[in-house]
Design a protein around this ligand. Structure first.
Ligand code: PRP
Length: 253
C-alpha cells in the first residue's frame, strides 16, 4: 500500500511490480543454488573424509572401500551421495537411472529415489525372465574378467532420458558399456554420476572419446549436453599396499 501512494502513474506501478517480481525470482534462484551447493559439499566432504579414514590402498591401483561402500554399506552416506548426484540432474527430465550389477545398485537406487524415477541395473547373466535384451561388454578389474551386461528391451526405449550412475569410474569400460546399451535402445543419455573417480585410470578420457564418437553418428541429435560428475576424485594411489591415497575433491563439471 505504501508503494501505491508514492507512485504517480500506472506505468510506475507496473514497473514497481515487475521490479519486485524480478527481485523475488532472483532471490529464489540464489537460494536454490545455495541449497544445491550445500548438499554437494556435504556429500562430497563426508565421502572424502570416509575414504581418508577407512579407505585402503591395496597396491596395483586398487582402492578398498568395502567397509562403507561396496560390501558393508554406510547406507546414510550412500543415500546422501545419491541425493547429491540426483540434485545435479533434477532439471533434466530424467526418466530412468541405469547402473551395472553389483556395487552400482546402491548409489543408483538412492539417486532414483530422489529423482522419483525407476532404476534399472544391467545384469551380468540373462535370466529366463528376460527374453529380448540389449547387451554390451565390459571388463572387471577387481574380478579380472570380461563381463557381459544385459538390459531387457521392454524397460528402455527411444523415449527414455537416462542418467548412468555407478560407485566407481575407473578405466571407464563399464560406463562405456552402459552408454552403448542406452544407444542401442535409441534413448538419450543425459549424463553420468559417480561416487568415486580414479582419475589416474583415465576412464573419463575413454568416456569422452566414446561420447564424441557417438555424436558423429548421432544423426537424430539425441544426445544433449552431457555432464560427468563425481563426488570424490582419487588422483593417485601411491606405491604398493598401504601407500598414500591422494584424494582431490569432487568434480561437478
Ligand atoms: O571404470 P571401470 O574400470 O569399468 O570400473 C568401474 C566398475 O568397477 C566396479 O565393479 P566391479 O567389476 O569391481 O564389480 P562389482 O560391481 O560387482 O563390485 C564398479 O562397481 C564399477 O562398475
Amino acid at each position: 500500500m505504501e508503494v501505491e501512494f508514492m507512485l504517480d502513474s500506472s506505468e510506475d506501478k507496473k514497473r514497481a511490480t515487475e521490479n519486485i517480481l524480478r527481485q523475488t525470482r532472483e532471490a529464489s534462484r540464489v537460494d536454490v543454488h545455495k541449497e544445491e551447493d550445500h548438499l554437494w559439499s556435504l556429500a562430497s566432504g563426508k565421502l572424502c573424509e570416509q575414504i581418508k579414514k577407512d579407505g585402503k590402498n591395496l597396491g596395483k591401483g586398487i582402492l578398498k572401500v568395502n567397509s562403507f561402500i561396496n560390501h558393508r554399506v554406510d547406507v546414510g552416506l550412500v543415500d546422501l551421495c545419491g541425493h547429491a548426484l540426483a540434485d545435479c540432474f533434477k532439471n533434466r527430465d530424467v526418466t530412468l537411472i541405469l547402473t551395472a550389477q553389483t556395487s552400482g545398485v546402491l548409489p543408483a537406487q538412492a539417486c532414483a529415489r530422489y529423482l522419483e524415477r525407476p532404476m534399472i541395473f544391467a545384469r551380468e547373466k540373462k535370466p529366463i525372465t528376460i527374453s529380448e535384451s540389449y547387451q554390451s561388454q565390459s571388463r572387471s578389474h577387481t574380478r579380472r574378467m570380461d563381463v557381459s551386461l544385459f538390459v531387457a528391451k521392454e524397460f528402455m526405449g527411444p523415449s527414455d532420458r537416462v542418467l548412468i550412475v555407478d560407485d566407481f569410474l575407473a578405466s571407464g569400460t563399464t560406463a562405456v558399456a552402459l552408454l552403448d546399451i542406452v544407444r542401442q535402445a535409441g534413448a538419450t543419455c543425459l549424463g553420468f554420476g559417480f561416487l568415486v573417480e580414479k582419475e589416474f585410470e583415465k576412464g573419463r578420457e575413454l568416456l569422452i572419446k566414446a561420447l564424441k564418437e557417438g555424436k558423429e553418428d548421432d544423426e537424430k541429435g539425441r544426445e544433449e549436453e552431457i555432464r560427468i560428475v563425481c563426488l570424490a576424485n582419487v588422483v593417485a594411489l601411491d606405491g604398493e599396499e598401504g601407500g598414500e591415497i591422494r584424494l582431490g575433491g569432487g568434480k561437478k563439471s
